[in-house]
Write a protein that binds this ligand. Structure first.
Ligand SMILES: Nc1ncnc2c1ncn2[C@@H]1O[C@H](COP(=O)(O)OP(=O)(O)O)[C@@H](O)[C@H]1O
Ligand SMILES: [Mg+2]
Length: 277
């Protein structure tokens, strides 16, 4: 399989008053046109891994890697202008809550049009047509109407779909979805994931799907990376999750409530200091 992304020994750290916070501590993986899940509890470095690939790390941070390669482009050597040109066009990122990614004072349609015209020289009518087509692709039933609405006028699920439309309209090759449905209720979550899944398959994108929900990730991805304290502690095919070996992964599996099972109280993960070494 041709590699879309190669990450080797990625490290991200933040100098703080109390010393260096090492958010990512030597992460390596590669990705083809497949769905890769990254799981781990809050603070394990999932988002910082995604942001480093996207080129959205805070300026105060230090990033190093032996390799950070996207389609043959060395991302560490790319200039800020080159990275800006790639963001949205070739690599896109969907965040947890559309509230922070959609502009509240611009209609949804105009935001999608602008996202497209930032990367392609096309006329207004053509951009509008593509935006409407994209709104339909994320299964918004009434694209013409939603096109003219402001973000606060739509539900969370609709806002999240509008954001997916905005992120995918320019046709990126790699999509990083960082907890894209955590802010939604369960039924809407599954709908949005279904849409994302179909778009990834139809458009032949690579997907990095970040979540703290091991079960969700394993049902949705081909391969899963488990992170703990800034490192990858286990990597396995999603279908083999039940055979996970690392005690942290096993702990995550055991902590998940099973539908129909009566387990009170839920077991609490017993963290071992050596996992973080
Ligand atoms: N700007 C920052 N300054 C200092 N530490 C940060 C900053 N951003 C993130 N971190 C730290 O990096 C670690 C990993 O964060 P993150 O990648 O967001 O975790 P996750 O997405 O897995 O919840 C956390 O311990 C967090 O506190
Ligand atoms: Mg995060």
């Amino acid at each position: 399989m041709s590699k879309l992304l190669e990450v080797e020994d990625l490290r991200v750290s933040f100098p703080t008053r109390t010393g260096l916070v090492q958010a990512v501590r030597g992460v390596s993986f590669s990705l083809g046109k497949e769905r890769l899940g990254i799981v781990g509890e809050s603070g394990s470095g999932k988002s910082q891994t995604g942001r480093a690939i996207m080129g959205l790390t805070a300026e105060t941070a230090q990033i190093t890697a032996k390799k950070l390669d996207f389609n043959g482009i060395d991302l560490l050597k790319a200039s800020p202008a080159q990275r800006r040109a790639m963001r949205g066009k070739r690599i896109a990122m969907i965040l947890q809550d559309p509230k922070y990614s959609l502009n509240p004072v611009m209609t949804i349609g105009r935001q999608i049009v602008e996202a497209l015209r930032a990367h392609e020289r096309i006329g207004g009518a053509e951009a509008r047509r593509r935006a409407l087509e994209m709104l339909a692709a994320v299964q918004i039933r009434d694209p013409e109407r939603v096109f003219n609405l402001y973000p606060h006028e739509v539900s969370g699920g609709m806002g999240q779909r509008a954001m997916i439309a905005m992120m995918l309209v320019a046709g990126p090759e790699l999509l990083i979805a960082d907890e894209p449905t955590s802010a939604l209720d369960v039924t809407v979550q599954l709908e949005v994931l279904g849409i994302l899944n179909r778009l990834v398959a139809e458009r032949g994108m690579g997907l990095i799907f970040v979540s703290h929900d091991l079960r969700l990730v394993s049902s949705f991805c081909d391969r899963v990376i488990v992170m703990y304290a800034g490192r990858i502690v286990e990597e396995l095919p999603a279908s083999r999750l039940a055979q996970a070996e690392h005690p942290y992964t096993r702990g995550l599996l055991n902590c998940m409530p099973k539908i129909g099972a009566d387990r009170h109280p839920l077991p609490v993960l017993d963290r071992k200091p050596e996992w973080a070494l």
